[in-house]
Design a protein around this ligand. Structure first.
Ligand SMILES: NC(=O)c1ccc[n+]([C@@H]2O[C@H](COP(=O)([O-])OP(=O)(O)OC[C@H]3O[C@@H](n4cnc5c(N)ncnc54)[C@H](OP(=O)(O)O)[C@@H]3O)[C@@H](O)[C@H]2O)c1
Length: 244
């Protein structure tokens, strides 16, 4: 069986390793190509968009894909919705891995938002804001302009920060709670903005914020396609196993 693994999350990395060792499954991983030097996956990997709906349909056909496991990031809504729709049309098994969301713990000062543009409504002008939401979609926080804003990204930027008062901080995850506390103290952060991605690997920033009494703006997740979905890597692998 030839399985396409849509990658882009930490779990996809683990799944790739396990699929590489699974008998009866030929796995091919796919990355969007957003990060310039992505860490290598344990499966043969194609990089870059498929070229829209038509490009994706052709790819599925040309590569002889029998099933698709979607382990993209929980905020990559377009690729998941599109893949669910096309797999259903073609009668291909498709399922998605979505780890649990983070839930507040005692002492957390969390505020929830659906739209990036809403965050500026509660963050004072004198605040120092740390955007842990990545460089993609940064423009949607442009109304934070005028405040001191830091945005963390993996790659060095190729263009200046898109609005006034902003600076990039370069860093490649994972970050421990100690790393985050040191960084937030050094920058004088008093508001942290985070996507509710879930997972243990990137929770350090939230624990650091609680420790330092920092206010946190959490972006709520986009909806998951109406399909089979798994919460853990083991569940996702059991699904693949069941297809053989
Ligand atoms: N959004 C986030 O916060 C976030 C955070 C960390 C990592 N990521 C990862 O970065 C990638 C892009 O995120 P996004 O939010 O821009 O996604 P998106 O809005 O859902 O997808 C935009 C386009 O990127 C291409 N694409 C996305 N994932 C792909 C994959 N695994 N393989 C090949 N093409 C892919 C597709 O292009 P075509 O139409 O040309 O096929 C898709 O239409 C995702 O794979 C995601 O897992 C996203």
């Amino acid at each position: 069986m030839r399985l396409l693994l849509l990658a882009g999350s930490g779990e996809a990395r683990t799944i790739a390793e396990r699929l590489a060792a699974m008998e009866g499954v030929e796995g091919i991983a796919s990355l969007a190509g957003v990060t310039r030097r992505p860490a290598k996956l344990a499966l043969p990997t194609r990089i870059g968009g498929f070229g829209g709906d038509e490009g994706f349909e052709s790819y599925l056909c040309d590569a002889g894909i029998d099933a698709v496991l979607d382990a993209t990031h929980p905020f990559a809504a377009r690729i998941s919705a599109r893949t669910a729709r096309i797999c259903e049309l073609k009668g291909l098994p498709y399922s998605v891995l979505r780890r649990n969301e983070w839930k507040p713990r005692p002492g957390d000062r969390w505020h929830f938002f659906d739209q990036e543009e809403e965050v500026a409504g509660v963050v004072p002008m004198e605040a120092t804001v740390f955007l842990a939401t990545g460089a993609q979609g940064l423009q949607r926080f442009a109304n934070l302009g005028g405040r001191r804003v830091f945005c963390r990204r993996i790659d060095r930027p190729l263009a200046p920060f898109p609005f006034e008062g902003g600076q990039y901080v370069i860093g490649r995850p994972p970050f421990s709670i100690e790393d985050e506390i040191r960084l937030f103290r050094q920058l004088g952060v008093d508001w942290l903005v985070v996507k509710n991605s879930g997972g243990a690997a990137s929770r350090g920033k939230l624990d650091a914020a609680r420790e330092l009494g920092i206010e946190v703006a959490l972006m709520r997740r986009p909806p998951v396609p109406a399909t089979t979905f798994h919460r853990t890597v083991e569940e996702a692998l059991a699904w693949v196993h069941g297809l053989k």
